[in-house]
Every structure is written in structure tokens, then in C-alpha cells.
Design a protein around this ligand. Sequence first.
Ligand code: C2O
Length: 354
Amino acid sequence: LLALNLRVDGAPFPPPQFRLCQSADRCCPPVSQKPPVPFQFQTGLPWRTRIAAQFADAKYIAKYQRAYQLMKALPNSDPRSLYAQARMHCAYCGAAFYYPRSDYSLEIHDGWFFFPWHRMFLYFHERILASLIGDPTFALPFWNWDNQSQGATQGNVMPRYYSERRWSNKSNPLYDPNRNRCALPPHLIDLNSGGGCSGMPDDYLRTENNRLMYNQMVSGPTTPSLFFGSTYRFGWSGGMGGGTLEGAPHGTVHIFTGNPYSRNPYDDMGNLNVAALDPLFYAHHANIDRLWEVWKGMGGRHKDISDPDYLKSQFVFYDENKRLVSVSVGQVLNAGNLRYGYQKVPNPWMNPKA
Ligand code: C2O
């Protein structure tokens, strides 16, 4: 009995229990009647290639829009709905998940779970979209905002199939009215943004964006802990500091995309409790996820963290069949095992003179 009262100080995170969720933002996910099933690799899944958003063709856009149309049409109480998924993201970052043996609630941002947790979240999100349209080959695109090239290959502008209210004579499910007007095409993205409009000329933005990418991807994160962020074990207080990418460009793209004049300034993308309501969230995070792969591809000390508390920590999600699944960090470090990869694009910021 004494053991039940013991506080844990340093261990892998056990899966959070949704019935212990408490949230002022009302982001607690539906409680499952059944315990979570352990994640199994779906070895029979077709290989999926996530393409750069600027290369999407009409056929892909139609499929992509159809998938979000169906997801948005699900009732909020359905854990597969966009609403429920946005709430799940909020719960994991909103001081909502409490544990019986820890004094602290869970925070998956600003620390070493940032990359693997969002990879899991996107994995299930993508499986749900694919199942809604009945196409197991469906993959999310990535918003290639780090690509400052000009012309048809440029990635640092929001593609119009997100920003148009209507598309092919129908209302566009990828459209979100709560966005910053300077984040809409043809404006270039500002990776150093503090929100709103900077008014800086395009050449300046390109140079500064490349400089930021070089700092955050090449010169800054020379060790795993610099890239992934603070060590965070069960029983510890979270949010102690993210890796180089988490603040900028990750956070800056969020705040840049959100509408500074919305009732709650910077909704949707600029506030973590509602960010995942914007379909762009998932394309944004696909790029973050890709940059994790790019960083590891640099070799040398660019390796995943191998601490057992990290590898064995578990998080839970609803899958495309509304089943609760528990996944460990160690299961998602290799994207290939999840049967997806990224279209190869140039990363010109790697060259400091670019
Ligand atoms: Cu969980 Cu981009 O935030």
C-alpha cells in the first residue's frame, strides 16, 4: 500500500489514462472502454511517399481535399474527427494528463518528446485520412517552407489550395479563415516571425530564412541533446526546453500562420490548444518530421537519443478503427518501419552561402 503513494522520479512515461484528464481548455479526449492495444507495425501497408506541397497535382489535391471534407464531417464525439484530434493535441500540451504517481502533468512540447510524439500523431492522422477515402496509399504532403528557391519549385509560400475559400466550385476543406493575411500567397514565409506582418522585402526574407535554417539545422544542433531538447523522465516537470528546431522555425511558422486579429490572438495555428484544427498543421509538422530525417542523414553525431527512459515512454492515440493504441518512442524512430518516406527536395540552406 505504501508503494502506491510513492512518487516516481525518473522512469519511462507509462501511457496516460484519459479518465485522469483534467483540462480548463476542455480538451480531454473520449475515454475508451477498453485498455489500449500495443502498437503493431503494419508490415502489409503500401509504401507512402509524402510529397512537397508545391508539387501536388490536381488529382492529389482532389483526394487530399476529399479526405479532410470527410474528416471534418465526422461528429465531434468521433475520435477520428478533426475536432477530436485537435483536442487530443491540446490535451498532450495543455497540462491535462495527470498520472497517479507523478506530481506533474504531461507536456510533450519543449523537450525531447517533441519529434517522436508528433510523428505518432501524424501517423494516426494520416491512417485515418487514408481510411476515410479508402486509399491506403494516401500520404500527407509536407509544407516545404525551408525551400527558398524561386519559380515553380519554391516552397516558402502557402499553396493556393489551402488559402482559397472555394476550390473546383466547392467549399475548400483545407481553408481556414483564421490565418494571418501575410501568411497567404503570394507572401513569403518569415521563419523569424514574431507574428503578424514584417513588411520586409522578399530578398531579405529569403536570406534570413536560409540563415535561420543553417543555424537551427547545421551549426546549432551538433549533438542529439541540442537537436531533441531537454531530458524529460516520468515524475519530472516538463517543458524545460526544446531542441533547436522547436522554437524556430517550428514555433515561428505557427505564430506567423495564426491570425493576430482573431478573438484569441494568433488562433488557429499560433495557439497550441487549437492549432491542429487547421489542416495546414499536419503539413507543417510533416516538414518538421522530414527535417528530423534530414538531420539524422548528416551522419556523425547526428543520432537519435538512446536513453531507455526515452525509448520506453508510451503515448496513446485513436487509430482509424477508433481503437486506442499505445506506442513507444522506440517504435517510431525509424520512419521506414512505419512504411513512409519523403520526396527528395534540395535543402539549399545546408550551404551557408546559399
Ligand atoms: Cu504540437 Cu507544432 O505543435
